[in-house]
Every structure is written in C-alpha cells, then in structure tokens.
Design a protein around this ligand. Structure first.
Ligand code: ADP
Length: 270
C-alpha cells in the first residue's frame, strides 16, 4: 500500500516535472474520520522505530519540507513530528540568511543544523531556498544558482554515505487554497502576526516559483535523496501521506536496540 503511495508521489530522477499535472487536492480514497485513527497508528509506529534509532545512535534521518507559504509545513511538524520523542527530534526553520551565516558559503549553516547520529532532523525550508530564492529574485548570476544543483546532490550523497537517510517533501498547494489560507491568516487576530508582506509579493510571481521548483525537483530527486510531491490542499491527506512515507523510511533504516552491557541472567536489583 505504501509502495503504491510512494510511487505515485515520487519524482523520478532526471525526468521533467510538470507540477500542473500533479494533483493538489486528491484524497486517495481515504476518508477524514478513518484517516485520523490511521494517522495515530502510523505516528505510534514512527515513535517505536525512533526509540530504536536513538538507542542505536549510529544512523540519522533527515526530513526536508519545502513548499510555498501556507502550504502547511508548520502544520505538518505540529501534527506528525510531535508524536516522536522530542529529545531525539531536531526541528530547524531556515530563515533569510543573516549575520554570520552571510559570511560563509550557503551550506555552512545547513551542515551545522544536521541531525546527530540517532536523531531525526526536520528542516522547515532548507538549502533549496538557496537555489529558489536567488533564482526567482535574480540575486546572483544564473551560473551561481545553477551550480548549486550539483553541490546539493553531492552534499546529500555525502550525508547518505556517512549514515543519514534523506527524504524530501514538496507540499503542493493550489493557488486558490493558498489565497484562502493567507486571507484567513490575515483576518484572524490569533494568526495575523504571521502575515509577511513577502507572502504576497512571492504569490504575485507564482509562475516563476513554479518553474524554479520544477527544475529543483528534476535536478535533485535521486534514489539516495528522493523528492515526493504531496497534495497539500487537504490537510489530513497531507499529514497521513507524509507520515506513511516517513514511517517507511524508518522501517527501511531498521534501527536495532544495542545489546545489554552485561550478562543479565541472574541479576537481581536489590
Ligand atoms: P515560513 O514562511 O517558513 O513560515 P518565515 O515567515 O520566517 O517562515 O519565512 C522565512 C523566509 O525566509 C521565507 O520567505 C524564505 O523564502 C526565506 N528564506 C529561507 N532561507 C532562505 C535563503 N537561503 N535565501 C533567501 N531566503 C530564504
């Protein structure tokens, strides 16, 4: 079942990507009520494997979340990732580079933010911003952002070679649903603080971002670090689809509990 889901959402390596052909709102035949129970079950299984990952302390899992404003990256972290033991989860939100970050190459802050052995890292935005934003906003020459596809592929390959499993999600939200969510955010006093004028200026150049994302997906989805395009108009579908794929990664990593440090036979604690 999860295989079918993964094949459906996977971005094949080196194949052109047309996001307009990928659904933003399908429900995969799931229904909302049973999806809730299913999500709880999947999160429970994720926590089971994460416990082993922490104990084993030799591999790490890096989950990368990309998507437009209001595509649900924060919601996903809240609904799915919090089911795991927070002591072993490292969530990082990447903002516009500032201060010392600007004094280094763009991967410097990424390297420092990686999950340690035994940890799950969740990146809300990532080094992919360093290709998308400079390209769309014309901040650097084309050859500079274009070279970053290769840097990023090599960086991710190195991480995989050294024991990190990488899984990347593009949360695919429609133009209309983004409009509704941004409007709701502005109208609600509990969330209006989140409004950023750049949300509207980025929305105004929607097609430029679409093209930039399509190229990033094609250039950087590889078997060792695959991208999945997740329909994100329906929040409970988004959450369950991502949770199932993350669980699959943890199952494939198959972390093992270490052996006890002693021969336990006959030990009685007094
Ligand atoms: P979010 O929108 O992810 O909830 P913010 O409102 O703080 O969080 O937005 C973060 C902003 O930082 C986004 O506009 C994003 O494009 C920008 N950003 C992140 N990384 C980079 C980068 N490397 N270069 C340029 N802009 C970046």
């Amino acid at each position: 079942m999860v295989d079918k889901l993964m094949r459906k959402f996977l971005v094949p390596a080196n194949k052109p990507v047309d996001l307009s052909e990928r659904s933003t709102n399908e429900t995969l035949g799931w229904d909302k009520d049973s999806a809730k129970g299913e999500l709880a079950k999947v999160i429970g299984q994720m926590a089971f494997h994460q416990h082993r990952l922490m104990a084993e302390a030799s591999q790490s899992l890096l989950i990368i979340l990309q998507g437009r404003d209001a595509s649900g990256k924060d919601g996903l972290v809240r609904h799915v990732m919090t089911g795991m033991n927070p002591a072993g989860v490292h969530v990082v939100s990447f903002k516009v580079p500032a201060g010392v970050e600007k004094q280094h190459d763009y991967l410097w802050r990424c390297h420092a933010a990686l999950p340690a052995r035994g940890e799950v890292g969740v990146w809300n935005r990532s080094h992919y911003e360093d290709i998308l934003v400079p390209r769309v906003k014309k901040l650097v020459p084309e050859e500079t952002w274009r070279a970053r596809y290769r840097h990023v592929r090599d960086f991710e390959q190195m991480l995989v070679d050294e024991g990190t499993t990488i899984v990347k999600f593009y949360l695919h939200v429609s133009h209309e649903v983004q409009r509704e969510r941004l409007q709701k955010r502005i109208d609600n006093p509990e969330s209006s603080w989140k409004h950023d004028p750049s949300d509207l200026s980025d929305r105004a150049i929607w097609p430029d971002y679409e093209e930039a994302y399509e190229d990033v997906l094609r250039e950087t989805s590889r078997p060792h670090a695959p991208w999945y395009v997740i329909p994100a108009d329906v929040k409970w579908v988004r959450d369950l689809a991502v949770a199932k794929i993350v669980l699959n990664s943890l199952q494939e990593m198959d972390p093992q509990l270490p052996s006890p440090k002693d021969d336990l036979r006959g030990i009685t604690v007094v």
